[in-house]
Design a protein around this ligand. Sequence first.
Ligand SMILES: C[S@@+](CC[C@H](N)C(=O)[O-])C[C@H]1O[C@@H](n2cnc3c(N)ncnc32)[C@H](O)[C@@H]1O
Length: 205
Amino acid sequence: MSVVSKYNLISAVYDLMEAPIEIFLYGKWREEALSSLKGNVLEVGVWTGRNLKYYPEGAQVTGIDISEGMLEKAREKSRGRQNITLLHMDAENMGFPDNTFDYVVTTFVLCSVPEPVKALKEMRRVLKSSGELIAIEHMRSSNNLISIFETLINPIMFSIIGDEVIRDTVGNIRRAGFAIKEEKNLAFKDVFKKIRASHNVFEPE
Ligand SMILES: C[S@@+](CC[C@H](N)C(=O)[O-])C[C@H]1O[C@@H](n2cnc3c(N)ncnc32)[C@H](O)[C@@H]1O
């Protein structure tokens, strides 16, 4: 089953399943990362729209996702918000011109896009040269025990929600031509991280 079919299928129940984690963990990370953004913001993999309430009115937000089921839920949450536009689009092949956005945001997405470096190169292309990538992601830990655990659960996570928990996400961000400006561990040692990155000027476009 493709990632899209999996996400279409689980969109109905996922918000409910993750409500406690959202309250105790993710919510404060989202608020801290997003509540002061301004200008043109692209959110990739907008899912059911969990980040939308954290964007200030001053941010013009475009959210994209490849799953129509998810976008439907996000549209319900953004009703009445003039500064939010939601589009059905593939992160690996976006329909925006180069240098469009001041910020590109991904939260828990680089674990599930089929080709993360390809998607990240697209994010770099549409990000202004003065812009910033903001990512809150989970990834393979540098701790051996945690990494073994992640390797064991990876096939289960992938088969249920199309999620790969052993990706080298910081490495992928660098491989796509970004320079890391901030790398902050958020939880479970270095599994959950906030990353801020900008164009690596030494990388060819
Ligand atoms: C784990 S969910 C994202 C969670 C959400 N951003 C959050 O913060 O809770 C991953 C999302 O990425 C989307 N996605 C996966 N591959 C994609 C692609 N190639 N283009 C656009 N969206 C994609 C999925 O449809 C899904 O909504």
